[in-house]
Structure formats: C-alpha cells, structure tokens
Design a protein around this ligand. Structure first.
Ligand code: SF4
Length: 372
C-alpha cells in the first residue's frame, strides 16, 4: 500500500501557490495532528490486513517541515503503529529549506525517513523573493548539503518558465543544484493559478510570463542538460539518477492503490476513487464527531480505468500499451511527438510539451464512456 499524508499548513503563502494549504496557529496544528492519527487508525482498520504493509509513505503539504525533525520522527512512530514499515519502504518528507538544520535531517532519518523532497525552486535570491519563498539561495544550498549528508536520497524541486529576468537563472539554478549531487530532480513550469498574488500582478501588467514557444525552448534545454548530467527522465516533470525514481509517485502514474489521509487527500483503492473534504476545520470536525470526511466517491468502470491508464501512463517514459489506444498514432509518430516500441507508445520530450492535447486526442470518445 502507498500512504499519502497531507499536512496543510505553511508559515506564509508563496505568490504562485493554490495548493490546499493555509497559515494557522500551533493550536490548530495540534488539533489537526490528532485528527490525522484518528483517521489513520480508522482507515487502517477498514482497508484490511494485507493493505497495512507500506510500499511507500509520503508526508507532503503544505509544509510538513514546520514540524522539527524530531516531531516528524515521533509522528511517524504513531503512523507505524497502524501501517507496517518494511526494510524497503520508501519514506519521503517534503522540506522547505528555511526550516531545518543538520540535526533535524538526522532526527528525521532516525525516525525512518529515507528520502527528502526539497522545495528549492531556484538558486537566485531575486527569483526566490519574486516567488514569495521564505528561504534564500544560501539556505537552500545548506539544506541540500545537510539532507545529503544525512545519507537519505534527496530530490530538489525547481521552477522554470519564469518571467524574463528569471529565465537565465533557471538554467544556472539547475546547474548549481546538480553540482550538489541530488538523486532526483522535479522540474515544474510556473503556472498562473487564479486568485494568486502572481496572477494579479500579471493581470495588472507588472510582470509577464514567457510565451509558449519560449517556455518550450527552455524546458527542452533543461531536459537536455539533465540528460547530459546523467539524470533520466521518467515522467514529464521528473528526472533521476538510475534507480532513484520516486516509487511513491510512480505508483500514482501506474494506477497502483494508494490511501490519502488528511484534508483534501485523494485515494484509489479497489477501483474506487475517493477524496476528503479540503477544509481543515471541517475535516477536524468530521473526525471529532465520527462523521464521514468524504467529499467524493466514485466506482470506476472498465472504460474509465483504461482512460486513466492512458492519461497517467503517457505522462511517463514507460508509456502505455498501444492496444489501449483506439486511435491511429501514425501522424503523431511522423511529427516526432511519440515513439512506438515493443507494443507500447510513449511521448518524446517534444510530445511531453503538448501532452494535454495529445492525451485528449487519444482518449476514447466521451459518448462511448457514458455507454460503458
Ligand atoms: S510552501 Fe509550498 S504549499 Fe506552502 S505556500 Fe509555498 S508553494 Fe504553497
């Protein structure tokens, strides 16, 4: 089983973020912590004995590193009362570089964490300030060094498709981060989310994001740098040294079962997709009163499962079985957007740039889904 635990709190909000996270008091953190453990206990009882063995656990947010390393270790100790950790269980925690010193990484390691996902985003102080991040480039470098010195696998998140002044720095940041020797890189294009401070600045004409062509050229250049430095692309935004892929995230894309706990968390179990309410207060209240935390619940039929297999599989370099795709892909192949190999099809880096359009064109007709 894969277990995702959502920690929906941040110290401050970044200018571009629309994730399910908020700034809240320590008192609310404590109430939420208690509710989380109650949900974990309840769900562990319902899902059946065989699903209590953890292939991976991912503590994400929000900013779980608001808890110190020792608190994360104690929290995991509680979780492991209900879900069993084995020698091969991948245990990841997301860390904001502003939060932890070397001792925190070591304490988290001692508590069972073996992978840190670091929200570096950039190694330019100007870009970090523009993004509203609360750490400096130096802090990010120091945190990466401490995470690596702890002996855990380390992934760094970086942003590209930044406004003009940040564009040079994305390639500089990538080179500098790679010099530190992380095992894994996640590279995301900055996107405009409605109602964020960044979206308002763009609306007012104060900043402009790059056009599609510029962003595409930059992405392909960064992908090429990663390849030259020995990082293999295994998903649109994810690259790793061989053998250091995120097993937790790979499970999402290959439609393995996972349980998500916490406000707004999603699950896929026994071909049922369900999600919790995203409001933290409502979530705590529902847990306290013994009511349902669910906001959605859906049983997937065969056509929906196959559509998901196409949508998720084409994000990865493993691709999907060609027989699943009912449309001709000759045109896409001729354009260099997909490759066929051993009965599977996958997107090329150029194809990944327009993945949404390609995937939408390869899905079965909506009408035939309705009849299935
Ligand atoms: S730290 Fe992460 S979750 Fe929190 S506001 Fe920034 S981007 Fe969003």
């Amino acid at each position: 089983m894969r277990l995702y635990i959502h920690w929906p709190f941040c110290v401050s909000r970044c200018a571009y973020c629309d994730f399910n996270s908020r700034v809240a008091s320590r008192e609310l953190h404590a109430l939420y912590h208690h509710a989380l453990i109650t949900e974990i206990e309840n769900r562990s009882r319902c899902i059946g004995e065989e699903r209590r063995d953890l292939g991976s656990l991912y503590l994400g947010g929000g900013t779980p590193s608001i808890m110190k390393g020792e608190e994360v270790a104690r929290f995991l100790e509680e979780v492991f009362r209900y879900f069993r950790r084995g020698p091969g269980t991948e245990v990841t925690v997301e860390v904001n570089p502003a939060d932890w010193c070397a001792g925190d990484f070591i304490q988290a390691r001692e508590g069972g964490v073996n992978r840190f996902s670091m929200g570096v985003q950039s190694l330019s102080d100007d870009v970090l300030a523009f993004l509203g991040r609360r750490h400096s480039a130096n802090q990010a470098v120091e945190a990466m060094r401490s995470a690596l010195a702890s002996g855990a696998d380390v992934s760094a998140d970086l942003l590209c498709a930044l406004p003009a002044a940040g564009r040079l720095s994305a390639s500089d940041s990538l080179s500098d981060v790679l010099d530190l020797g992380p095992h894994h890189i996640s590279l995301y294009g900055l996107t405009l989310e409605k109602s964020t401070p960044l979206a308002k600045r763009v609306e007012l004409g104060e900043v402009a994001l790059p056009g599609e062509d510029e962003a595409a050229d930059e992405y392909l250049a960064l992908v090429s740098t990663l390849g030259e430095r020995g990082y293999e692309q295994y998903e649109i935004s994810n690259f790793s040294r061989p053998g250091y892929e995120s097993r937790h995230n790979l499970a999402y894309w290959s439609r393995e079962e996972y349980l998500g706990v916490g406000a707004g968390a999603h699950s896929l179990i026994a071909e049922r997709r369900f999600s919790n309410r995203s409001s933290v207060l409502q979530y705590i209240e529902n847990i306290k009163s013994g009511g349902s935390t669910l906001e959605s619940y859906e049983v997937l039929n065969l056509s929906e499962r196959e559509s998901e297999e196409i949508m998720l599989g084409l994000r990865t370099t493993a691709g999907v079985r060609e027989e699943l795709v009912g449309h001709s892909v000759d045109g896409l192949e001729a354009l260099g957007l997909i490759v066929r190999r051993l009965g599977r099809i996958r997107l090329t880096p150029s194809g990944m740039l327009v993945s949404n359009t390609i995937i939408a064109g390869l899905l079965p007709d909506v009408d035939s889904l309705r009849c299935a």
